[in-house]
Design a protein around this ligand. Structure first.
Ligand code: SF4
Length: 452
């Protein structure tokens, strides 16, 4: 048996069970085999397509943290806090956990802790390595803790408790963990906002922070240069009080920064019942908004989002999206459709409708959240998701949307695929003879194939 075969067999046995889908193993096994021989040349040996696959495997399978991997979390490296709506580690441990992991080629993945995972993070002589069943893959690193995490507001609250740094360049503000849909058990079935106890509480208020506190944290974060965007979100409140609050926050930030708008500022909020509030949000300096419909199929929307249906209703939601496009402009209105909670066919119908109406329908792959009513369920296969993501990119391109702005907008799977698509096309443009069909990036981001 040749050395190549022996390496390949070793990798195959080590990775068995590491990935939820057999289809991904072949590509991963080949590339990891190359790395064993050249552990210091990761970026040359692991292509972007391969790292994308490893990222997907890490996200779906999770990673075990060796004791050495906890060094510096909360001091040198940023700890995971305040991601109330999207916390895959809820209740797993009381220890401070790392937030995001930087992989080769600029990829990042949230750290999902799983003590049963074959992937392990361990630090040796200061370098953090990713291994699979003791087989070292490559060096990785946690994100640095931003300086503003060590600061307090003028009224004495630690800034990290009020707003959090995430996705590389975003300040995330969650104004509370209560949602009025909880009344009568009508919360969205996939949502994990309310099981969280906020890390900070403001006395006698629905809100975690004051607008002035948020503005102070935003000023510190923008001045430090670690954020370019700011997101504000939380639950639906009685009398839609959250909309007044969000407007006050926008105005307070503009005043502190001395800007006309909140740079990269965006709001994730349920569609306002009173459409004129959309004008108010714009006037308060928010640059773009999300009214997340979540589910396109009419009947599934009623079943999975009963509170949204009861308090606002699907028809009104669609009207609000259309009106918002007239206020914020095409491309500045978004509506997440969760991928994996409805049939592909109805999902694509929704995508087509929203795109034609000037609304970005962000495809957010469903991960069953701990604490949600759907905890313990499974998301569809990786192939199902990649098919949907590639069809989404196709549709956006057909409608003339700019994939370059999608690619640099964050660290989510559709951002990554948009980036792979752009890069592989650039390579072909520079080298017309380049066999693009053999490039893993092309297979993933253009053909949507995991089976190769
Ligand atoms: S409206 Fe639904 S998704 Fe939004 S916070 Fe309430 S329960 Fe969660």
């Amino acid at each position: 048996m040749g050395i190549k075969q022996r390496i390949s067999d070793r990798v195959a046995s080590q990775l068995k069970g590491a990935l939820p889908l057999g289809a991904g193993d072949k590509a991963l096994n080949g590339l990891i085999g190359k790395l064993i021989a050249n552990p210091d040349r990761t970026e040359n040996l692991f292509g972007e397509g391969e790292i994308f696959l490893i990222k997907a495997a890490l996200y779906l399978t999770g990673v075990k943290l060796d004791e050495s991997a906890y060094d510096g979390i909360g001091t040198v490296f940023k700890e995971l806090v305040g991601v109330y709506q999207f916390d895959l580690n809820l209740g797993k441990t009381t220890r401070a956990l790392p937030s995001e992991l930087a992989l080769p080629h600029g990829f990042h993945v949230p750290v999902v802790v799983n003590d049963e995972s074959p992937f392990v993070l361990e630090r040796k002589k200061g370098i953090l390595y990713l291994t699979v069943n003791e087989l070292r893959l490559f060096a990785v690193e946690f994100e640095k803790r931003p300086d503003f995490y060590g600061k307090k507001t003028t009224d004495g609250v630690e800034m990290w408790k009020l707003a959090q740094h995430r996705l590389g360049d975003e300040l995330m503000v969650t104004y509370n963990t209560y949602c009025h849909t909880l009344k009568g058990g009508n919360q969205c079935r996939f949502c994990s906002l309310s099981p969280h106890e906020p890390i900070h509480r403001r006395k006698n208020s629905f809100f975690i922070q004051t607008p002035e506190q948020i503005a102070e944290v935003a000023e510190a974060a923008y001045k430090e240069g670690v954020v370019k965007r700011l997101e504000i979100t939380g639950g639906i409140l009685p009398n839609r009080e959250e909309i007044d609050f969000i407007c006050e926050v926008g105005n307070a930030i503009k005043k502190r920064l001395g800007t006309e708008t909140v740079p990269g500022g965006h709001v994730l909020v349920a569609a306002p019942n009173d459409l004129s509030r959309i004008d108010d949000l714009k006037a308060a300096g928010w640059e773009y908004i999300f009214f997340n419909l979540e589910i396109w199929d009419e009947n599934l929307f009623k079943g999975l989002c009963p509170g949204k249906q009861a308090l606002i209703g699907r028809d009104h939601w669609l009207k609000a999206l259309d009106y918002a496009v007239t206020v914020f402009g095409k491309g500045n209105v978004r509506s997440i459709l969760i991928a994996g909670l409805e049939p592909l066919k109805s999902y694509l119908e929704g995508l087509e409708y929203l795109t034609a109406h000037g609304v970005y329908a962000d495809p957010s792959p469903w991960m069953p959240m701990r604490g949600s009513l759907m905890e313990g369920h499974n998301t569809p296969s990786a192939q199902w998701h990649i098919t949907l993501l590639v069809k989404t990119l196709d549709l956006w391109e057909q409608h003339g949307w700019d994939l370059a702005s999608v690619a640099k907008d964050g660290w989510l799977s559709f951002n990554d695929l948009a980036s792979l698509r752009i890069k592989v096309r650039e390579r072909k443009k520079q080298e017309p003879d380049y066999p693009i069909e053999d490039d893993l990036r092309y297979k993933l981001a253009v053909l949507g194939k995991l089976d190769f």
